[in-house]
Design a protein around this ligand. Structure first.
Ligand code: RIB
Ligand code: CA
Length: 317
């Protein structure tokens, strides 16, 4: 039985990989879009392009928030450094025809959660939609089994020395999510930066030859060139699909329970996920620090991720 979920995203090259992986390995009830890597109109257009490209038109799309809860929206500048002006530079993107629901993403999330047993949320962009859904619908937590999110880091940041982009783009929203009591799996940069689209994988993907695979190769070529130039990485990091893998193939990852606090006031650390390892006490030790509020990924088997991802990609037209 595939796990039912909504993917909340800001496509974004790696968001597209999460959609393609999730659509085959999960029961995706919908895609909701949020600002982040690009403006909301662009992330929504890119989500529509993705479902048309991969023959996933049956998956409804609802648009959400176009800015953070409180702060100025300065994420698209940073997003475009990595994802280009369209948010999905690389392939040619025709004007999509698939419709967007009239319903707001927040209402769509709540309605779907209420009518779907074992419902999960897979946010892979800024957490604004999720935070507003939690605040607007206080009983949402009763209908969400777990949240598997790409965001944060137990170590370094990418948008600042301390903060990862999805959390930094709306840290107040992340605080609402991490204090909601809903079970969380956190996939941070400390593991996602270990899974990169190197030339070997991009060649394998291009040689699949299908419409979807060739477009994915074009996306990953652009994305990899940017991340190699900006961060010296061997290829584009597959951040977002790991939030899907955490639910479909959890043994590819290693998790540790720990308390995660979101820094909202730090001059140098705003948006940092402060991960408390003090729970790692000796058997006889007293529990230290606040009780865990998340399962945080601390290791990943990158080879096994690629086996799974490439196998799924083969199935697309
Ligand atoms: O920091 C990586 C995250 O920021 C990914 O979700 C990527 O798509 C961007 O949104
Ligand atoms: Ca994303």
């Amino acid at each position: 039985m595939k796990t039912p979920a909504i993917i909340d995203c800001d496509p974004g090259h790696d968001d597209v990989m999460a959609i393609l992986l999730g659509a085959r390995t999960m029961d995706i009830k919908g895609i909701t879009t949020v600002f982040g890597n690009a403006s909301l109109p662009l992330t929504t257009k890119n989500a529509r392009f993705t479902v048309e490209l991969a023959d996933l038109r049956h998956i409804p799309i609802a648009a959400g928030h176009d800015r953070p809860l409180l702060r100025e929206n300065n994420s698209a500048d940073d997003g475009s450094r990595v994802h280009g002006k369209t948010g999905l530079d690389g392939p040619t993107i025709p004007e999509p025809t698939v419709p967007v629901l009239e319903e707001h993403a927040v209402d769509f999330i709540y309605r779907t959660a209420k009518e779907t047993p074992n419902f999960h949320l897979v946010p892979v962009g800024p957490l604004t939609n999720i935070a507003v859904a939690i605040r607007r619908y206080p009983d949402l937590a009763d209908y969400v089994t777990a949240i598997s999110l790409m965001g944060g880091s137990t170590t370094f940041g990418n948008v600042t020395a301390a903060a990862e982009f999805n959390i930094w783009a709306d840290a107040e929203a992340a605080h609402v999510v991490f204090t909601s009591g809903i079970p969380i799996k956190m996939l941070g940069l400390n593991v996602t930066r270990q899974v990169n689209a190197t030339p070997k994988y991009r060649k394998q993907i291009r040689e699949m030859g299908s419409r979807t695979a060739v477009a994915v190769a074009e996306m990953l070529d652009f994305y990899s060139e940017r991340l190699s130039r900006l961060f010296g990485l061997p290829g584009g990091s597959m951040h977002d699909p790991l939030a899907v893998i955490a639910l479909t193939d959890p043994d590819i990852l290693t998790f540790e329970p720990m308390h995660v606090a979101i820094e909202l006031a730090g001059t140098h650390t705003y948006g940092m996920t402060v991960c408390d390892y003090r729970h790692r006490r000796a058997d006889t030790g007293e529990p230290q620090g606040a009780p865990p509020n998340a399962e945080v990924a601390v290791a990943v088997n990158a080879e096994r991720f690629w086996e799974r991802f490439l196998d799924v990609l083969q199935s697309y037209p």
